[in-house]
Write a protein that binds this ligand. Structure first.
Ligand code: NAD
Length: 356
């Protein structure tokens, strides 16, 4: 019999095509009357339209979110929230924008209302991240878990096909590692398997037709489930490798996850057979690692680190960093695991299929 601890996290989810129409009701429900709308520069038109819709309940638009929340960006946003007397951070966008909202919440305690437009899943986690002098610090704090999340698939139709696939793979990575987390539980397992299934079936449909609103709905539903898993259980080797590659070499977040995932899953396969069975079932019966590799490759996503900005000469350094302060992993990352990790990175660099 399996023993476990289940911790329900308090967040309200409003889901459905057109659900942005409930925004004003949801701001009101939070007791807020001055929401500062956060976004990236690219998503400013959407944020402006949202501010307009909110009318007097919008305190302004702050369009300066960038990847990995540089501490200077966070401080400027915190100052802006104070200046306009905001009582809510309304984050409209992907993980970078939600991350900026979290930086504000961490410092001020303001509630976050998140309107995600990618599949990264940050909106379901109490995890914050901030970058200072090239080093990314992360932590967990209940104050940064968005209080309300509005998932409206219509807002994801504009997500370019390439980012749709890699962001979807990024979400699948949370669930795949959640399935072998040492602190997981049966509820998270159900969510993880269903999240992988929903995303894996939606991605090929979205590649064929990015405006397929039912497939957009399935993908966002999968992203919600996978994000919930990320917020509830510990991550392992795959996330450690991606944080190392992203942080040290500044490689694009979702692309790195897409390339590394099949290899990390293959590395752990023999140590986590039950998780492999569930991943395989969610992929429609394929071998877990090979199925993930095919899902990325067949849908036009990158499968080689060399094609997303990594030099071959970086492999040794990354393998070395990855064995220092490792995350818990089903196949233990002991110092002499370095050659095996080097081999994993070499294959991922080349774009070769994973070895299972
Ligand atoms: P992102 O938020 O950086 O977005 C990538 C680009 O896509 C941006 O230019 C953005 O404006 C654009 N975009 C987003 N949605 C769009 C849409 N619907 N249509 C058109 N363009 C759109 O990328 P991301 O992958 O969502 O987030 C990555 C960041 O989130 C990383 O910094 C990562 O560390 C962080 N993250 C944090 C957590 C957490 O729990 N704290 C979880 C996942 C990711």
């Amino acid at each position: 019999m399996r023993s476990f601890v289940f911790n329900g996290q308090p967040s309200r989810v409003v889901f459905g095509a057109g659900s942005l129409q409930h925004l004003e009701r949801e701001v009101q429900q939070l007791g807020a009357s001055r929401a500062l709308v956060l976004c990236t520069p690219e998503q400013q038109p959407l944020a402006e339209a949202i501010a307009q819709r909110l009318g007097a309940r919008a305190a302004g638009v702050y369009p300066k979110a960038v990847m990995h929340v540089p501490v200077e960006t966070a401080q400027a946003a915190i100052a802006e929230a104070q200046r306009v007397n905001a009582d809510c951070a309304l984050a409209v966008g992907g993980g970078s924008t939600t991350g900026l909202g979290k930086a504000i919440a961490l410092q001020s305690g303001l509630p976050i209302l998140a309107v995600p437009t990618t599949y990264a899943g940050s909106e379901m986690t109490p995890i914050w991240g901030m970058t200072e002098n090239g080093l990314k610090k992360t932590g967990r704090d209940a104050r940064v878990l968005p209080r309300t999340v509005i998932y409206d698939p219509e807002l994801t139709v504009s997500l370019p096909v390439g980012l749709t696939v890699t962001s979807g793979m990024n979400a699948i990575a949370h669930a795949a590692e959640g399935l072998y987390a040492q602190d997981s539980n049966p509820v998270m397992d159900l969510m993880a398997e269903e999240g992988i299934r929903a995303l894996a079936s939606a991605l090929p449909l979205l590649r064929a037709n990015p405006s397929d609103i039912d497939a957009r709905g399935d993908a966002l539903y999968g992203a919600w489930l996978c994000g919930t898993v990320l917020g509830n259980v510990g991550m392992a080797l795959h996330h450690k490798l991606c944080h190392t590659l992203g942080g040290t070499l500044n490689l694009p977040h979702a692309d790195v996850h897409t390339v590394v995932l099949p290899h990390a899953i293959a590395f752990n396969a023999s140590a986590a057979p039950d998780a492999m069975k569930k991943i395989s079932r969610a992929l429609g019966g394929a071998d877990a690692a090979q199925g993930l590799y095919r899902l990325a490759k067949d849908n036009g996503a990158p499968v080689a680190l060399r094609n997303i900005g990594m030099q071959q000469s970086d492999i040794d350094r990354i393998a070395q960093i990855a064995v220092q302060n490792p995350y818990w992993n089903p196949r233990p990352i002991v110092p002499d695991a370095q050659p095996a990790l080097r081999e994993l990175l070499q294959r991922a660099w080349e774009g070769a299929p994973p070895v299972t």
